[in-house]
Design a protein around this ligand. Structure first.
Ligand code: FE
Ligand code: MN
Length: 339
């Protein structure tokens, strides 16, 4: 791989760089995330929904509150994945002109299409009412609140005349990137991940649980790329990272944490076997501190991780499906730290 760190290239606002010339690379992190994304390739149809369908149809396998929690998470994620994909392609891509970053954004967009496909597959397999699932972002207040928060956070980027040509506008761009990557993908997805993975640990809806594991593995890369993008823009434009701007960002993240905790309590008021609702809320705070640190902001909550099993270093052993379905071994090497 050819790299040329001395060449003057910047991650945004570089009209002197041809966006079609990817080599020599400046931002090797983008190339590495691209390759990790390819190594993690998967599709939802590789995962059998047989047991999930049996449990969903049975009157006794799942409690009423578990069924509700599953529907809520399908409802939130089914539309959130499209929202993320649209933001990425229609807004982020336009402003990030660096070619190796754009290559990663295209990979991420493909992964968002896989995630959208996952929820089509879940609705089809379980015979769910699409109108119910795909309208939950309107009908369930704590889902609506999260989606509206993200949409409001990111209005500047959808203005076709928006350009990142002043320090204030670079701040606005960073603010919106933090809305997409840190808040949407880094906080708003995680109570749902924890719930669905907790169910899977109890051998409930293991097909959907496995799909959520793969989505979470992808999202952990999206988030890592987003934070590196944010940190690079900060480094290249140090004057925009003022104490006042940092305070504004911390306040946004605090608001997002409140919304995600509300969602966690609403979706899962009684907790799950062995897990109480407050632990989901503590988990959201723990995750938020990790995100704050990742972009150079101070921690707020200082919570222990109540679910250490969520952050185990893992490479999902796809061969475990060998006798049940087909061999699906895309992952060539390595493992990922989740979160
Ligand atoms: Fe996604
Ligand atoms: Mn994503």
């Amino acid at each position: 791989m050819v790299t040329q760190p001395t060449k003057k290239k910047s991650i945004i606002n570089n009209s002197t760089i041809d966006p079609n010339k990817i080599l020599p690379l400046t931002y090797t992190f983008a190339r590495e995330y691209y390759k990790s994304g390819v190594a993690n390739n998967w599709t939802p149809e590789e995962i059998s929904m047989q047991q999930d369908v049996e449990q969903w149809r049975s009157r006794t396998a799942l409690t009423e509150s578990e069924r509700r929690l599953i529907l809520w998470n399908l409802g939130f994620f089914s539309t959130a994945e499209s929202l993320t994909a649209n933001n990425l392609v229609l807004a982020v891509y336009r402003h990030v002109t660096n070619p190796e970053c754009r290559q990663y954004l295209l990979r991420q967009a493909f992964e968002e299409a896989i995630h959208t496909d996952t929820f089509i597959y879940c609705c089809d397999s379980l015979g769910l009412d699409p109108d119910e699932i795909y309208n939950m972002y309107e009908t369930i207040p704590s889902i609506k609140a999260k989606d509206q928060f993200v949409v409001q956070l990111t209005t500047a980027l959808f203005d076709p005349s928006f350009v990142t040509d002043t320090p204030e506008k670079i701040q606005r761009f960073l603010h919106d990137l933090i809305g997409y990557y840190v808040i949407m993908e880094g906080i708003f997805f995680y109570a749902g991940f924890a719930m669905m993975l907790a169910l899977k640990r109890q051998k409930k809806m293991i097909g959907i649980g496995e799909q959520f594991e793969y989505i979470m593995r992808d999202e952990s890369l999206h988030l890592a790329f987003g934070c590196d993008l944010i940190n690079t823009i900060k480094t290249e434009n140090p004057t925009v990272w003022t104490p006042q701007f940092q305070e504004e960002l911390v306040a946004l993240i605090e608001k997002a944490v409140v919304l995600e905790k509300n969602y966690a309590y609403d979706a899962c008021p009684q907790g799950l076997l062995g897990i109480n609702a407050k632990q989901f809320s503590d988990y959201v705070e723990y995750i938020a501190d990790r995100r704050l640190e990742r972009i150079g902001l101070p921690k707020i909550y200082h919570k222990e991780n109540p679910f250490p099993w969520m952050s185990q270093t893992t490479d999902l052993p796809k061969e475990k499906n060998f006798f049940e379905t087909r061999v699906t071994e895309y992952q060539s090497a390595g493992s990922l730290e989740w979160e």
